[in-house]
Ligand binder design. Structure first.
Ligand SMILES: Cc1cc2nc3c(=O)[nH]c(=O)nc-3n(C[C@H](O)[C@H](O)[C@H](O)COP(=O)(O)OP(=O)(O)OC[C@H]3O[C@@H](n4cnc5c(N)ncnc54)[C@H](O)[C@@H]3O)c2cc1C
Length: 402
């Protein structure tokens, strides 16, 4: 591919911004337009469920770059400008206000939208947590002594429960799985995490489905009804039941949409069209299968490859997946793809001391390494076992909140 004269990036958060920066760093001097539905300057999402929710950080601290740093990119930034139509063949997008932006190359970086329960938008006191505004609204609604019900036992639900306990909130967490984060870290590690939450005072209802949200006369949520018949009283509810790729605006674009924007090994969805970050599903040559990752490190790493390929490199993207989560005083760092069914053993340290590394094996090979307050040792075992990702049948989405 010849170098594009103009690149249009749709979605200007972690992955979109990293792509713009990587293009400039790799010597791209052409025109660059970045459009985003957000009205805020680009911000980082991981602190939203941790430092912002607990109040340890002012929300503004999540801003990824200063105005000056953004200006130095010599790009046109269109904010509060959601793309609503895409013509992939023309590499053109139309915004909600009817403006058409055309490029020689197009990068899709629109991330995810949270899944919701029926009718939740009608009720006050029911939240999701994806954006800056979501975090500010949830923090405002929580106060010591209030009763929070978190729906969803995945990583996001678990983080919110931990942060809310830190604020003195009464927390009940209800989820379908039998342990916290079971789909991401398996039964053994999920069991340890579940125990940690119980010790810290979270009231757990696991292995149950949520049937409905209950409302008071005033249109505010007052509880969550479970399939067991139990009604969990609540002043505030957070629904953290996963998210789906934000690709509705690409319907009819000519691109293939499955679980995300389907790309080849080079993150290319069509000639001159690439996808990056949470919204991208690509063929991982090392694993020999399609993958879509929902984690912060992937947003940055994939952007480097997409930028290089936009400039003609033809480089397949073959990362070793990685995500972290912070809950109470535990930092979990997960390398590779630890399938829920993988055999798990403690390779170093001791769970009783709250510091250890677990190794996941499947089909005779190591597929994942989990460090629990042991970052260095986990990294060394990752280098030893996961330099080239191995196969098996890991979950397609590493960081999700089912
Ligand atoms: C609360 C929270 C905590 C997290 N914690 C961790 C963590 O501890 N560790 C970890 O590894 N990962 C974590 N993650 C995941 C990580 O933040 C994401 O993987 C990362 O943000 C993905 O970046 P992205 O740019 O692909 O998508 P996003 O960050 O979602 O950005 C997509 C951007 O596209 C914009 N957009 C959407 N649709 C359109 C449209 N039609 N037109 C224009 N713009 C559009 C959006 O407004 C948004 O700005 C967390 C995520 C959340 C929400």
């Amino acid at each position: 591919m010849t170098r594009p004269g103009k690149v249009v990036i749709v979605g200007g958060s972690s992955a979109g911004l990293a792509t713009a920066e990587a293009l400039r760093r790799q010597g791209y001097e052409g025109a660059l337009t970045v459009l985003d539905a957000e009205r805020h300057l680009p911000y980082d999402r991981p602190p939203l469920s941790k430092q912002v929710l607990t109040g340890a950080w002012e929300p503004s601290r999540t801003q990824l770059r200063s105005q000056q740093q953004l200006a130095s990119l010599d790009a046109e930034f269109l904010r509060a400008a959601p793309a609503v139509i895409c013509d992939a063949g023309e590499r053109a997008v139309t915004t909600a206000t009817g403006r058409v932006v055309r490029g020689d190359a197009l990068v899709i970086a629109t991330g995810l939208r949270p899944r919701t329960l029926p009718d939740q938008d009608e009720l006050a006191g029911v939240h999701v947590l994806r954006t800056f505004d979501d975090a500010v609204a949830l923090r405002r609604d929580l106060a010591a002594g209030r009763r929070l019900v978190v729906v969803g036992e995945g990583v996001l639900g678990a983080e919110i429960a931990a942060s809310a306990r830190g604020m003195g909130v009464e927390v009940t967490l209800a989820g379908f799985g039998s342990v916290l984060m079971g789909t991401q870290i398996g039964a053994m590690m999920g069991g340890l995490l579940t125990r940690l939450h119980t010790e810290r005072g979270v009231d757990l209802r696991l292995g149950v489905a949520v049937e409905a949200l209950a409302a008071s006369g005033g249109g505010r949520v007052c509880g969550v009804r479970l399939s067991s018949g139990e009604l969990l009283p609540a002043d505030v509810v957070v629904v953290a039941i996963g998210a789906r790729p934000a690709t509705e605006w690409l319907e009819g674009s000519g691109l293939t949409l499955g679980d995300g924007v389907e790309c080849d090994a080079y993150c290319r969805a069509a000639p001159g069209v690439y996808a990056v970050g949470d919204a991208a599903s690509w063929h991982h040559e090392g694993l020999g299968r399609r993958l879509r990752l929902e984690n912060r490190t992937n947003a940055t790493e994939q952007a480097q490859t997409v930028a290089a390929n936009l400039l003609g490199a033809e480089r397949p993207y073959t990362p070793t997946p990685y995500f972290w989560t912070d809950q109470y005083d535990a930092k979990l760092q997960v390398h590779g793809l630890p399938a829920p069914a993988a055999e798990t053993h403690i390779a170093e340290g001791d769970p009783a001391q709250g510091r250890f590394v677990a190794v996941y094996r499947e089909n005779g090979g190591v597929t994942g390494v989990l460090g629990w307050n042991m970052p260095k040792q986990a990294r060394l075992l990752r280098q030893k076992h996961l330099a080239t990702p191995r196969g098996g049948k890991p979950a397609a989405t590493v960081r999700s909140a089912p």
